[in-house]
Design a protein around this ligand. Structure first.
Ligand code: GRF
Length: 221
């Protein structure tokens, strides 16, 4: 495809399986985005290996090396600017980004969270879901705002919670959906098929048809 592709900066802290899903999607000729840079605040994150293997710039900005959050974020922003990043995808990035950071990428910071938001924001979402006894769990891709997992929702996918589930089995089932959902949501965002509309998002029906692409395969039609 000759059209210009949006340049993503993917922020990670861990294994990077969602990063891998984005790298794989970006490997398709017709995908509208490329991964320009992967940045980890954890020097040992396996996600960095995934980036290098894909031939993508991999950078470490260790928050422990900075006296303040502002200084840490200034360093992160410096790397993103140098890499020509236009959109930021948080993918298991275990630091909250500040309002000042968001101002540098207005409406262009996305996150994936392993729950059906607004249920179970914050840490250990799958454990929270199990403890609450919900029968359906899932994942959400949303625009990032100044709150924790509170931004406008782009897409969600649901999975069943089975009686025998523990945190590991439920997390694995959700993760498989995350890998499908994040590339889809990024595609919608960077092509303008989804746009911000106050606290919600508007999805262009010409792209998504009847909207089934935004639901999990097993969800009711
Ligand atoms: C995922 O469950 C994601 O939703 C959450 O952190 C986890 C990261 O996993 N924010 P990975 O590093 O992408 O494998």
């Amino acid at each position: 495809m000759s059209a210009r592709r949006a340049r993503l900066g993917v922020l990670v802290s861990g294994g990077g399986s969602n990063l891998q899903a984005l790298l794989d999607a970006a490997g398709q000729a017709d995908y509208p985005a490329e991964v320009a840079c992967v940045l980890s605040n954890v020097p040992t994150a396996f996600a960095l290996e995934r980036a290098r293997k894909a031939g993508v710039r991999a950078e470490v900005v260790d928050h422990k090396g900075f006296g303040s959050k502002a200084d840490f974020e200034a360093a992160v922003l410096g790397v993103l600017a140098d890499a020509g990043v236009e959109w930021v995808c948080l993918a298991g990035f275990m630091r909250l980004v500040s309002a000042d950071f968001l101002k540098r990428f207005p409406g262009r910071v996305l996150n994936i969270h392993p729950s059906l938001l607004p249920a179970f924001p914050g840490l250990h979402a799958q454990k929270q879901a199990l403890e609450r006894g919900v029968k359906v769990a899932g994942c959400t891709v949303h625009y990032v705002d100044a709150g924790t997992d509170t931004g406008p929702i782009i897409a969600q996918a649901a999975v069943p919670v089975l009686p025998e589930d523990d945190e590991a089995s439920l997390s694995a089932r959700i993760l498989a959906e995350e890998h499908r959902l994040y590339p889809l949501a990024v595609r919608l965002a960077v092509t303008g098929a989804v746009t911000l509309d106050g606290t919600r998002t508007k999805v262009d029906a010409r792209v998504t048809g009847d909207g089934t692409a935004l639901r999990s395969p097993g969800a009711p039609r």
